[in-house]
Design a protein around this ligand. Structure first.
Ligand code: 5GP
Ligand code: ZN
Length: 137
């Protein structure tokens, strides 16, 4: 078992647990963007969101929802971000799908929105056609 998050779930390396049930585990990030930065993970190892079975993803997201609420109510914070990096190109360092809950403070200096790029003339519609689907999810 190489995955660091699988080792945390198995109790082989310590973590500051926030929540646990049959399917989902949540703990404090060891290097928080702000104090109270939580990671929420399914107990089974999947790399990305699309790899994760829908029901397990739903269960994980319900925990994200509840802990987001708890962060807002129990910490001195003005908001929070949910971030899930998928694949190394996005910044995913640990290949076990995880949701960051990052408490935010007004004016805390963290900028997650770089300046947006512009579509080259005509390419917006090409991209839209590639991504648009009639398949119901
Ligand atoms: P990623 O960059 O993959 O989206 O985020 C991985 C996160 O896991 C990072 O924020 C990092 O600080 C956290 N992390 C990595 N190793 C450990 C660890 O051993 N324990 C805890 N609690 N967090 C970890
Ligand atoms: Zn894992």
């Amino acid at each position: 078992m190489e995955c660091i998050f699988c080792k945390i779930i198995a109790g082989k390396i310590p973590a500051a647990k926030i929540y646990e049930d049959r399917n989902v585990f949540a703990f404090l990030d060891i290097a928080p963007v702000n104090p109270g930065h939580i990671l929420v993970i399914p107990k089974l190892h999947y790399e990305t969101i699309p790899d994760t079975p829908p029901e397990l993803l739903q269960k994980t997201m319900l925990v994200v929802r509840n802990l987001g609420d708890r962060v807002m109510n129990k910490l001195p914070c003005d908001g929070f971000n949910i971030i899930c990096n998928n694949k190394p190109a996005s910044g995913q360092a640990v290949p076990h799908v995880h949701f960051h809950i990052i408490p935010r403070h007004q004016g805390d200096g963290l900028h997650l929105h770089p300046p947006g790029k512009k579509y080259v003339e005509g390419t917006l519609e090409q991209v839209r056609r590639k991504l648009a689907s009639t398949v119901r999810v």
